[in-house]
Design a protein around this ligand. Structure first.
Ligand SMILES: C[N+](C)(C)CCCC[C@H](N)C(=O)O
Ligand SMILES: O=C(O)CCC(=O)C(=O)O
Length: 419
C-alpha cells in the first residue's frame, strides 16, 4: 500500500449526526427572543443566538426562499432594521416565527438547518465543503500510484466517483486500459464534465510542431509547473494520454505534489513561505498572434494561495517560464523574493519529491492543476499527446453530486442545506 505521508490535517469535518435530528422531533429546543435576537437552547445544553434580521433574511418559507432553485426570494434591503418576532413557536419540525414586518405567513426553520447554520457559535465546520482528507505524497507514490480500470469509469458513475475521490485525496489518478485513440480519450474526459476550451483549443492532440506559441509544442524539457498561471481562474483538472511515446526516446512525465512541497517550505523557512503567499506573480501567454493572455489582476497572483477563512492550502500557481517581467516588487523585496523562489525550486526539484513516470498509450493521467505540478523530459523523434482541461468548479460539482448520489449522508462531507 502506498506510504501515506501525512494528511494536511484531519479535516474530516465534524458531521452532523442524524440522531440529534430525531431527538428534536421528540422534544423541540426551548427558545427565547428579544428585540434583537432569538436564542435556541439545544438539547445538548449548547445555545445558538441568531440576529432577527439574519433570520428574516434566511427565511426558508416559500414566500422568501425558492425550494427548488434554492434562491432567496426576499428582498434583503427591504427588511426593516427593527425587525422582530410578534410570535415564536418551537415545533417538532422546526422553529416558526411571525414577524412584525407585515409578512402574512410565518417564517419556518427546520431544526437540522438551524443547527448547521449556527454562527454564534459555529456548531458545524462548513468550511470544508469541497474538501475531504488530503494525503500528501512524494516519489514513493510510484510504489502504488492511484489507479482505476477504464471499464469501471466508463460504465459506472461509481467508477467516476472513485476516480474523482482519488483526485480529491491525492491530486492525481490514473486510468489503465484506455482505448489508445483521441476519440476514446475525449469520451473518457466527458465522464467527468464538459471540457474547458482555451486558446489552445478544446480537446487537444498535439506534437512538437509549435502549432501554438508555447514550449509545450516543442521537444525541450519542461520543469515542474502548473498550467495557465496567466488566467485569472487557472484550469482545474488536466488530463493527458500519450498516444505515441517519443520515437527516439525521452519525454517521460513528471508529477510533484505542490501541497506537500508548500508544507515542506513552511516547515523549512516560514519567511520564504510567507513571501510566496504574499508576492503576486505576473504571467502571460503571448506566443501566438491569436492570443494575448494576461490575468485580470495584472500584477498576477501568488505561487502559494491559501483559503481566506481556514488558511488551508487552496491553490498552487507556479510556472517559471510563463512569469512576466516583475515591475511591481518593492525594491527591498527583490532579494527576499529570489531567495524564497530558490528554496521553493530546491524543494520541487528534490528527487525525493519527484514522481517520474513514462506515460504510454492506454494509460491516462488526470491531475489537479491547482495542487499537482507536472513537467516532462526532453525527447527526440515524434511524440503525440492528447488531452483536455476541466474547470475546477465543474470537477468539484461533479464530485459533490456523485457523493450526494452514492454516499451515506454522514460520509458526504457536504453540508447540503447551507445554500
Ligand atoms: C496542455 N497544452 C499543451 C494544451 C497547453 C500547454 C500550455 C503550457 C503553458 N506554458 C502553461 O503553463 O499554461
Ligand atoms: O508534453 C507533455 O508531456 C506535457 C506538456 C506540458 O507540460 C503542458 O502541456 O503543460
Amino acid at each position: 500500500m502506498m506510504t501515506h505521508l501525512r494528511s494536511l490535517r484531519n479535516i474530516n469535518t465534524k458531521r452532523f449526526s442524524t440522531t440529534q435530528i430525531r431527538s428534536f422531533a421528540n422534544e423541540p429546543p426551548k427558545v427565547e427572543y428579544d428585540d434583537k435576537q432569538v436564542k435556541v437552547n439545544w438539547e445538548s445544553g449548547r445555545t445558538s443566538s441568531f440576529h432577527n434580521i439574519w433570520l428574516r433574511d434566511h427565511c426558508r418559507s416559500p414566500h422568501s426562499f425558492h425550494s427548488i432553485t434554492k434562491q432567496r426570494l426576499v428582498n434583503t434591503s427591504l427588511i426593516p432594521s427593527n425587525i422582530k418576532p410578534i410570535n415564536i413557536e418551537s415545533t417538532p419540525s422546526g422553529l416558526s416565527i411571525k414577524w412584525n414586518d407585515g409578512t402574512e405567513q410565518p417564517s419556518s426553520y427546520p431544526w437540522k438547518w438551524l443547527y448547521q447554520s449556527s454562527y454564534n457559535p459555529k456548531l458545524v465546520d462548513d468550511t470544508q465543503l469541497r474538501k475531504n482528507e488530503k494525503v500528501l505524497w512524494d516519489s514513493r507514490i510510484a510504489n502504488n500510484p492511484p489507479t482505476i480500470p477504464y471499464e469501471f469509469v466508463m460504465n459506472d458513475d461509481k467508477g467516476v466517483l472513485n476516480w474523482l475521490s482519488k483526485i480529491e485525496k491525492y491530486g492525481i489518478g490514473f486510468v489503465d486500459g484506455v482505448t489508445p485513440t483521441a476519440e476514446a480519450t475525449e469520451e473518457l474526459t466527458s465522464r467527468i464534465a464538459f471540457i474547458r476550451e482555451t486558446h489552445y483549443g478544446k480537446f487537444w492532440d498535439f506534437t512538437a510542431d509549435l502549432k501554438h506559441g508555447d514550449t509545450a509544442y516543442t521537444d525541450i524539457a519542461l520543469g515542474a509547473h502548473t498550467d495557465t498561471t496567466y488566467f485569472t481562474d487557472p484550469i482545474g483538472l488536466q488530463l493527458f494520454h500519450l498516444l505515441q511515446p517519443a520515437t527516439s526516446g525521452g519525454g517521460e512525465s513528471l508529477f510533484v505534489d505542490g501541497f506537500y512541497c508548500a508544507q515542506q517550505l513552511k516547515e523549512k523557512d516560514i519567511n520564504a513561505f510567507n513571501t510566496l503567499v504574499n508576492t503576486p506573480i505576473p504571467a502571460h501567454s503571448v506566443g501566438s498572434p491569436e492570443a494575448i493572455m494576461l490575468p485580470s489582476q495584472r500584477s498576477g497572483y501568488p505561487i502559494i494561495n491559501l483559503d481566506n477563512l481556514t488558511q488551508d492550502l487552496l491553490q498552487i500557481r507556479y510556472n517559471n517560464d510563463d512569469r512576466s517581467v516583475m515591475t511591481n516588487l518593492q525594491p527591498e523585496m527583490i532579494e527576499e523574493f529570489y531567495r524564497s523562489l530558490k528554496l521553493w525550486s530546491e524543494i520541487i526539484t528534490d528527487s525525493a519529491n519527484e514522481y517520474w513516470t513514462p506515460l504510454s498509450a492506454g494509460r491516462v493521467v488526470l491531475f489537479d492543476n491547482w495542487r499537482v505540478l507536472h513537467g516532462r523530459a526532453s525527447f527526440k523523434g515524434k511524440r503525440r499527446l492528447c488531452g483536455a482541461y476541466i474547470n475546477h468548479d465543474d470537477y468539484a460539482s461533479r464530485l459533490l453530486t456523485l457523493k450526494e448520489k452514492f454516499l451515506d449522508e454522514n460520509l458526504r462531507n457536504t453540508h447540503g442545506t447551507l445554500f
